[in-house]
Design a binder for this molecule. Structure first.
Ligand SMILES: [Zn+2]
Length: 92
């Protein structure tokens, strides 16, 4: 028989019977479950796939490179103009 490690979540309130500190959390096949030992309420915690999706969206190097290039382009004309003014002052 497989023993699943269950641990109590401190301060967790059961959504069904409103009992406090009666919720246990355990993992089966890479999935997290929470269960109320008071009334038998059980729920699968499905927050993991969402996290993976966000990570994939963030990991787009093209967007990052584009924004960095834009910053450089915005900064360069100013610097060039300033230099040109300085040169003009020397000439004049
Ligand atoms: Zn309960």
């Amino acid at each position: 028989m497989t023993t699943v490690k269950k641990r109590f979540i401190a301060g967790a309130v059961c959504p069904r019977c409103k009992a406090t500190d009666r919720i246990v959390m355990y993992r089966i096949d890479d999935l997290d479950y929470r269960e109320c030992v008071e009334c038998g309420f059980r729920d699968e915690m499905r927050f993991k796939p969402g996290v993976r999706e966000i990570q994939t969206r963030v990991n787009t190097p093209q967007e990052q490179v584009a924004s960095e290039t834009q910053v450089v382009r915005l900064l360069n004309p100013e610097a060039k103009e300033k230099k040109r003014r300085e040169e003009r002052d020397q000439d004049g």
